[in-house]
Design a protein around this ligand. Sequence first.
Ligand code: FEO
Length: 167
Amino acid sequence: MNDKMLKALNDQIREELSSAYLYLAMAADFEDKNLPGAAAWMSQQAQEEVAHAMKIYGYINDKGGKAVFDALPKPQESWNSMLDAFKAAYKHEQYITDCINKLVKQAREVDDTSTEIFLQWFVTEQVEEEKSTDEVVQKLQMIGDSKNGLFMIDRELGGRGAGSGSE
Ligand code: FEO
């Protein structure tokens, strides 16, 4: 594999693991604030991010490259509200979409068809990732300061299981 492409894929492993770190920090903050549903949602999201990293790790190995790991940035520890955290998650997913789009562009530039095809899964996945976080943002905006509404959304988020989330 082209050296720059390999480096860019390695960088994306770090981005995915950083996402896991961020979402786990959000989960911990929700746990701390007695929001178990939101905590479970974010904890599952963190696991999905690890799966994304593993997908890229596996691909690098399949192509005969070697995965090299960089340090992960320390995530924020606390958010003012559930809305603030989900807004940050949505913004983060938009950033990840941008990263994936840049990788696709790079694969095209170096004429690396297999990597371009490999990345298609991530392109589709990002549509789902943005949608699922934005949906929660919109619901939270709708309920405003209602404690009842927050309680209900937390319960709904806790029901996220097989089939309702993305991979
Ligand atoms: Fe791996 Fe949430 O993007």
